[in-house]
Design a protein. Structure first.
Lengths: 639, 495
């Protein structure tokens, strides 16, 4: 492997970030867009080259994909424990390189059109490059601490980009919320890393993940409250992953994150950063699978399945198209998590793992496409809300077609990409856990329904009277749409199971026709229902809303999780913890110190009368003192 | 003249030169030249240290020993190891940045700069002293000018704050003096002569009973200036009233004397006492970490927010020192450095904002990113550094502390560690809250639209402080290894 080329993949965007960040005021917007795109183009070409070299030329030995690591010490903790910086090349990191490169490049190109004329154009590209750098660093990480470092950096890029429209209070609070909720999750991640490092003596993925290594073999040696400490560590690490991947109940930041510019939502909050949690579990998959017979992995499966269902239900009722897509992302991330959760390790047993990675790949393409289409629509009608849209197919043909392709892909209609990956997830679930399988099938139906609800709502239905006649977006925006649409069509035909598997050996996956038929059937039912409800303007939808009444209201208010969090932070942490502490500090802690000072002054006021300056007083005190001392001595000596 | 004594001599010469200056322009030029020389010397010292270290494996290098007061065996005994070298560099940088930030000092500039530099003499002297008594003298030299600097050049209830700060620190000094004398009178436990020499005393087996008695006194004596809960209340009021450069120097450097003293004197000379008492002070330090962070959430004055943030961050220094292992200690020293740069940067920025808007109340500020983008962007960066973002010094320090603390297998220490780690979330809350209210959002006051842009001397001051923060955060290896190596003899004393 040529590591120089690989190391350049993250470093080029970093250089672009520094260049654009430092000379923010000096560089003309038109130039900075090109610099950003050029930087990412270099990284993309290098990634493609790496993928080609790895998958087709020299990655395999004895039919198994090898792991290549190149690293250097970044900081020493003790003689044996250190943080390394480096790159690890194995199937999932190479696959992620491709995902990040393709989506990021498309988003860069798209942004040149979308952000045109914006005040902070240069700053925007600087932040995008910062994000790309951090994300590359994350996927290439060789150890837990390195991944944590880049984990935080993608978090902060996300913060900066959500808060990009910083004069808008809602964007500011959304950015803050995203950062703090994920930071809370990262607290778990960090403690998990500390436990892992202490008990296994290493942070290296290579060493940790070795099925014959001491970390996995000795999982039972130390336990805490009935579970292996490593299980605890894995659960805590998964909390970190759940925070980034917006799993229930840490999902509340993702819908609000839609306050950011739409290309950002496509890149960060749909295709790349939010899959970091899934990637993390996949990265530590052998540990999750072998330690305590997969106890932690079961948690992953159920959390994923529940989040997937929960988000799909909420997505049906949202009226802001970006929020529908946000909940859809959460739901699909749940899908990936549940696929990992039901996966085995060797050969065909590892179908879930492979399906999860496959879905991660295809989802990145079609979800980024959906967001970019949504951006194109929002760009044209200047609103996020479904009520302001309708009949747009006439004005925006390219957006219409590409959105339809993406919607078919996510709905799992063959031969689009989502069909293949989703089918494999369902097969894996069917083979291991029937309950999760049924949840998966139901969610597939819901997905098709809510996606076509917004598709019909935007492009068909009533012909809204627009103030300015909407028009198709410029070529810089439609090119990425077409490119991603192409990938959403053909992406499914990649024989993923030969490249990306849990044991890295590869196997042949076949379509399971009965299960595929069920999944497609459910998807088509969802689409058909959406057709009936939303294709033409009618009041069926309103009737359903009335029929469900309060249930609809709860769902539309996202089951009040925002309010619960707000209550905990504002009412409990701020008003019941923070404010009393601040008051306590002023009144008692400081009060005591001031009190001591005042007492000293008072005492001195009282006794200063003794220094009267009259000779008689001093003489009296002197004689009294002598008498007292004499008495004491006499008393002591007469024993 | 040896390389270390120059750190005392150059400021004295600067002060003498300042006496002959007239007006602000001359005073600031002289101070700048003086601190630039100091800065150059500090950088030179780092290289000289590496060179000397290659051939010299003593605990301390560049030692110079002159008898100062024969009857009590008091020496002017100086020397440095990797830890004091880095702290000297920190001091030199903060003083220089402080001079730049005070470029437009209006009232009594000459006297201001003289006091500032006197203060720095105390700090330099403290960091190079190897003699307890001399160290104590320098400690007092550093504390006294504070009273004048706040009382004369301060704002708000400055007399009250100056008095409170001085009295509390003096109270601590009194306790400390008792402890130092206690150590001194037991330094002949092995039959040698009484001595104040730290390296000598470390070789003596001071009886456990004595250690048990004097460790808390030493610890509290030093830790008050390191903002140990519940003795931290001088710090918010003091900082709020102090002029910008003084806040910078005080929070950036002076408060580091606490942790350094605890490490150099309390831990090194009284290791058994440290082990005996660590559980108790761990409780106070942990409370400080979390309590400071929660208090900061509800403050409205920028300087109070930063002061409470310091309570939290420096609580972590004491917390790490009490963990009594190498990784945590390394973290403590790194955190001292990191906090020194960060908090100085914060106070500098707060000063700039205050000078322009005439308020430090976050509720009255808003949308500053739009009007003073450079200062605001740096504030965001400083905030991110302060909440422990990787790539900045705070992360490096905190990770050492947490990994080190986690090595303590005792359940009680583990719980304390988890509680302290959770401060990273609370820190994010108060930092982002300020950033959100003050820098982002719409511009709240029309008067802000005409605010003066950042000036060159302010930029210089900012960059001086920002570069080390980023440098430590991006490439910590050389620094952390240098400190680790110097910690070695100290940790052996504890084990």
């Amino acid at each position: 492997m040529n590591f120089v080329n690989i190391i350049l993949i993250p470093l080029v965007p970093l250089a672009v970030f520094l260049l654009l960040g430092i000379f923010n005021q000096k560089i003309k917007p038109s130039v900075s867009g090109y610099i950003g795109v050029a930087g990412l183009l270099v990284s993309t070409l290098l990634s493609l080259n790496t993928a080609y070299q790895y998958f087709f030329v020299n990655g395999k030995a004895d039919g198994v994909y090898q792991t290549f690591v190149e690293k250097t010490v970044w900081m020493n903790f003790t003689d044996t424990l250190a943080i390394d910086m480096g790159v690890q090349i194995d199937p999932i990191s190479v696959m992620m390189l491709l995902v990040v490169s393709i989506v990021s490049l498309m988003v860069h190109i798209y942004s040149r059109g979308y952000m045109k004329g914006d005040d902070g154009y240069t700053k925007f590209f600087a932040f995008l490059s910062l994000f790309s750098f951090s994300m590359y660093g994350l996927v290439l990480a060789t150890n837990l601490f390195q991944i944590y470092i880049f984990w935080e950096l993608v978090g902060v890029s996300s913060y900066l980009l959500i808060g990009y429209y910083y004069t808008k209070p809602s964007a500011v609070s959304a950015a803050k919320k995203a950062f703090i909720v994920t930071r809370f999750a990262d607290l778990g991640f960090l403690i998990g890393i500390l436990i892992m490092g202490f008990y296994t003596g290493t942070y290296d993925f290579e060493t940790l993940n070795n099925p014959e290594g001491s970390a996995i073999l000795n999982w039972a040696s130390t336990s805490f409250m009935g579970l292996s400490v490593l299980t605890w560590a894995l659960i805590l690490i998964f909390i970190g992953g759940a925070g980034k991947s917006a799993m229930f109940p840490l999902h509340i930041w993702l819908p609000d994150a839609m306050e950011g510019p739409t290309p950002v939502s496509a890149l960060i909050h749909a295709a790349t950063m939010v899959v970091a949690g899934v990637f993390l579990v996949a990265r530590l998959f052998p540990m999750f699978y072998f330690v305590e017979e997969g106890f932690a992995l079961n948690i992953v499966a159920y959390v994923g399945a529940f989040s997937s269902l929960f988000a799909a239900i909420i997505a049906i009722t949202q009226t802001d198209i970006k929020r529908v897509l946000a909940f859809s992302t959460m739901s699909q991330l749940g899908y990936m998590m549940l696929a990992l959760g039901v996966s085995g390790y060797e050969g065909h047993e590892g179908l879930g793992y492979m399906a999860s990675m496959f879905h991660l790949f295809t989802h990145a393409m079609f979800k980024a496409l959906l967001f970019l289409c949504a951006g194109s629509v929002i760009h044209a009608v200047h609103s996020n809300y479904l009520k302001d849209m309708g009949g747009l197919r006439k004005y925006m043909p390219i957006t219409n077609i590409t959105f339809l392709i993406a919607a078919l892909a996510i709905a799992g209609v063959p031969p689009f990409a989502g069909f293949f990956s989703k089918d494999e997830i369902l097969v894996a679930a069917f083979e291991h856990n029937k309950l999760i399988y049924f949840v998966g099938v139901f969610v597939a139906g819901l997905t098709a329904f809510y996606m076509f609800r917004i598709y019909f709502g935007i492009f068909w239905g009533k012909d809204t009277k627009y103030e300015h006649k909407p028009h198709e977006s410029p070529i810089s925006m439609t090119f990425p749409l077409l490119f991603l649409a192409l990938l959403s069509i053909i992406g499914g035909f990649i024989p993923f199971s030969e490249f990306v598997t849990a044991d890295k050996a590869g196997f042949e996956a076949h379509l399971n026709y009965p299960l595929a038929a069920i999944a497609v059937g459910v998807g088509l039912i969802g689409i058909a229902l959406a057709w009936i409800f939303y294709k033409k303007e009618n009041d069926l939808a309103n009737k359903m809303v009335n029929f469900f009444g309060p249930v609809y209201q709860w769902t539309s208010d996202k089951f009040y999780f925002d309010e619960i969090y707000l209550f905990i932070t504002k009412k409990i942490l701020f008003d019941r913890v923070s404010a009393p502490i601040a008051k306590f500090d002023k009144k008692y802690v400081d009060g005591t110190m001031v009190g001591i000072g005042n007492k000293t002054v008072l005492t001195s006021e009282k006794i200063k009368g003794m220094q009267s300056g009259k000779v008689q007083d001093y003489a009296f005190a002197f004689i009294a003192g002598v008498v007292i001392i004499a008495l004491v001595f006499i008393y002591l000596w007469t024993d | 003249m040896d390389i270390l004594s120059l750190f005392i001599l150059v400021p004295i010469i600067t002060i003498l030169a300042l006496v002959f200056t007239k007006g602000l322009k001359q005073a600031r030029i002289v101070s700048m030249i003086g601190s630039l020389i100091q800065f150059g010397m500090a950088i030179n010292l780092v290289f000289a240290y590496f060179k000397e270290r290659a051939t010299n494996s003593d605990i301390m290098v560049f030692i110079r020993d002159v008898v100062w007061f024969k009857d009590f065996n008091i020496h002017y005994n100086i020397g440095v190891d990797g830890i004091s070298v880095t702290l000297l560099l920190l001091t030199a940088i903060v003083v220089l940045a402080g001079v730049f930030i005070s470029w437009k000092m209006k009232d009594l500039p000459k006297e201001f700069f003289v006091s500032l530099i006197v203060l720095s003499i105390g700090v330099y002297g403290f960091f190079i002293s190897l003699d307890l008594f001399t160290m104590f003298v320098f400690f007092e030299i550093a504390v006294i000018p504070m009273y004048l600097l706040i009382g004369i050049w301060g704002t708000g209830p400055k007399e009250y704050s100056a008095m409170k700060l001085t009295l509390m620190l003096m109270g601590a000094s009194a306790v400390l003096l008792v402890a130092i004398l206690g150590i001194y009178f037991n330094s002949n436990a092995d039959g040698g002569a009484l001595t104040f020499n730290i390296l000598e005393i470390a070789k003596v087996n001071i009886p456990f009973e004595v250690q048990k008695l004097f460790f808390p006194l030493t610890f509290i004596g030093f830790a008050v200036i390191g903002a140990l809960f519940p003795f931290h209340t001088w710090s918010p009021d003091g900082h709020a009233s102090a002029p910008t450069a003084v806040s910078m120097l005080h929070a950036g450097v002076l408060m580091k004397l606490g942790g350094y003293g605890v490490f150099r004197v309390a831990m090194y000379l009284l290791p058994e006492g440290a082990q005996y008492w660590s559980w108790f002070f761990i409780i106070l330090a942990t409370i400080g970490v979390i309590y400071g962070a929660f208090s900061a959430i509800k403050q409205t004055d920028l300087k109070y927010i930063n002061a409470y943030s310091s309570v939290s961050h420096l609580g972590l220094v004491l917390f790490a020192l009490l963990m009594l292992n190498k990784t945590a200690w390394n973290g403590a020293i790194l955190q001292s450095l990191s906090h020194g740069f960060m908090t100085a940067l914060f106070f500098a920025l707060i000063g700039m904002i205050y000078e322009r808007t005439h308020t430090r109340d976050v509720r009255k500020l808003g949308g500053l990113l739009k009007v003073i983008p450079f200062i605001s962007a740096i504030y965001v960066i400083a905030g991110l550094a302060s909440l422990g973002l990787p790539g900045f010094s705070g992360f490096v320090a905190e990770m050492n502390i947490f990994v080190g603390a986690f090595e303590h297998e005792d359940m009680f220490y583990r719980i304390a560690t988890v509680v302290s780690v959770s401060a990273i979330v609370v820190t994010a809350v108060y930092i982002l809250r300020v950033v959100g209210i003050m820098l982002m959002g719409p511009v709240v006051n029309e008067g802000f639209l005409t605010l003066e842009k950042v000036t060159w001397y302010e930029k210089l001051g900012i960059l001086l402080l920002l570069i080390p923060i980023v440098g430590m955060g991006v490439a910590p290896l050389w620094l952390s290894d240098m400190i680790l190596e110097s910690l070695h003899p100290f940790i052996q004393g504890v084990l």
